[in-house]
Ligand binder design. Structure first.
Ligand SMILES: Cc1cc2nc3c(=O)[nH]c(=O)nc-3n(C[C@H](O)[C@H](O)[C@H](O)COP(=O)(O)OP(=O)(O)OC[C@H]3O[C@@H](n4cnc5c(N)ncnc54)[C@H](O)[C@@H]3O)c2cc1C
Length: 394
């Protein structure tokens, strides 16, 4: 019998496996795909967030701040390139200027170093960006999370753990002495199970018999990429001021660690949890959220925002208009195709989008119910927190 089975070979499952091993546990990671980091971990913006946005005292605020440092240290120790390009959050109208002031205050409460930037200074820093004011976050960096996850998988194996791919978990049964798990025709037994299943988190929790009070709703994050000769149009990450009611940060310009510049992502309700092409739809996935009362409450509250997101998904011109608000020199011909990512976002019965990381526990299981952005940045401290809960502090 193993000490612990970890379900999910994304960055959260892998960092959790490492943290469990540091506590002396024997660990097996079960991943349904052929490789680790196939879903959210391998389809994101590659930003190491500093942590300015999150509600003070929340898990996100604490773990993102710790994760920013831990991710950079992990990358440096494993020869994985990262670059602290810094981020500029740009306000373009009165509402955004006042929200930016709120963000600056929040950064202070979260202990994040930020620098106010005037319109004139913004022009010096970024000649292609226009705004009334901005906030510079120097610590924000870029990295390739797929590389981080692969290095974590290597570390898990080096410490004696197993990573079993093509092992989709279909059933979980807990009894007094342990937990039994069915994965692709085989049965495994362990003292504990930690599920870090991202887009499938609610289904695994249900399979394990938990009373599931949330639903995972897929939000597509569609990107474009600038042509190579335009990739140097910005030097920093350029973000709009986000809507404080939504957990999404807005369509931004991101220099990537491999020298490209991506534009995006938007946040459009998806028709399939793991269908990356726009034409892909899954009846099961759609029925799953359509039958959930919280989804309709959420939709009614966010009709206007949803319409803007859909418009920017269906029309490249609509997408461009969103970015031209802060980068007027962008042209339609600058928007080249780039792979889409799909966010796993937990929604509650009352229609609340869960902003913070969310865990659900039984005596022998821990399920990560909500680990959206910045969970890639925060994965190392999330792993430590989970291991503390499952096996006690180091
Ligand atoms: C478009 C987009 C942009 C983002 N940008 C950023 C960013 O810049 N910075 C940041 O910090 N975060 C960002 N995020 C968030 C970040 O990518 C995620 O929070 C993080 O990757 C979550 O990791 P995870 O391990 O929980 O999930 P995942 O990476 O999705 O891993 C879950 C794994 O579980 C496996 N699994 C599911 N069901 C089963 C089963 N039944 N049996 C076995 N295995 C199973 C899946 O195959 C998958 O590999 C972004 C996310 C998206 C989608």
């Amino acid at each position: 019998m193993h000490d612990c089975l970890v379900i999910g070979g994304g960055i959260v499952g892998l960092s959790t496996a490492m943290a469990l091993q540091r506590r002396g546990a024997t660990v097996v990671v079960l991943e349904k795909e052929a490789e680790v980091a196939t879903h959210q971990t391998g389809h994101n913006s590659g930003v190491i967030h500093a942590g300015l946005y999150y509600a003070p005292g929340s898990l996100k605020a604490r773990l993102c701040r710790a994760g920013e440092r831990a991710t950079k240290e992990f990358a440096a120790a494993h020869d994985i390139p990262f670059r602290a390009v810094g981020k500029l959050v740009v306000a373009t109208n009165d509402v955004e200027v006042s929200r930016l002031a709120g963000l600056r205050e929040r950064a202070g409460e979260n202990g994040i170093h930020v620098e106010p930037v005037s319109a004139a200074r913004l022009r010096e820093l970024e000649p292609n960006v226009a705004g009334r004011e901005a906030l510079l976050v120097p610590a924000t960096a870029v990295v390739d999370y797929r590389q981080i996850a692969r290095a974590m998988a290597d570390d898990v194996r080096a410490a004696g753990g197993q990573i079993v791919t093509r092992a989709a978990v279909t059933a979980i049964r807990e009894d007094e002495d342990g937990v039994q798990v069915r994965a692709d025709g085989r049965t495994l037994r362990a003292g504990r199970v930690v599920a870090c299943a991202g887009l499938q988190a609610d289904r695994l929790a249900r399979a394990a018999g938990l009373d599931v009070d949330f639903r995972i709703v897929p939000f597509r994050g569609e990107y474009y990429e600038l042509p190579p000769e335009r990739a140097g149009i910005v030097r920093h990450l350029i973000y709009p001021v986000p809507d404080p009611d939504l957990p999404f940060l807005g369509v931004h310009l991101s220099p990537t660690i491999d020298g490209r510049t991506t534009v995006g992502p938007n946040a459009v309700l998806g028709l399939a949890r793991e269908g990356y092409r726009r034409s892909e739809a899954s009846l099961t996935d759609v029925l799953d959220y359509a039958a959930f009362p919280g989804m309709w409450k959420l939709a009614r509250r966010n009709l206007r925002t949803g319409a803007v997101e859909v418009a920017s998904s269906l029309s490249r011109r609509g997408y461009l208009a969103r970015c031209q608000r802060y980068c007027p020199s962008l042209r339609l011909s600058d928007l080249r195709p780039h792979p889409t990512g799909i966010r796993a976002q937990a929604v509650l019965r009352d229609g609340t989008l869960v902003h913070d990381f969310l865990l659900r526990e039984t005596p022998r299981q821990l399920h990560v119910a909500n680990a959206p952005s910045p969970a890639a940045t925060s994965a190392l401290p999330i792993g430590e927190m989970i291991a503390d809960r499952v096996f006690g502090p180091l």
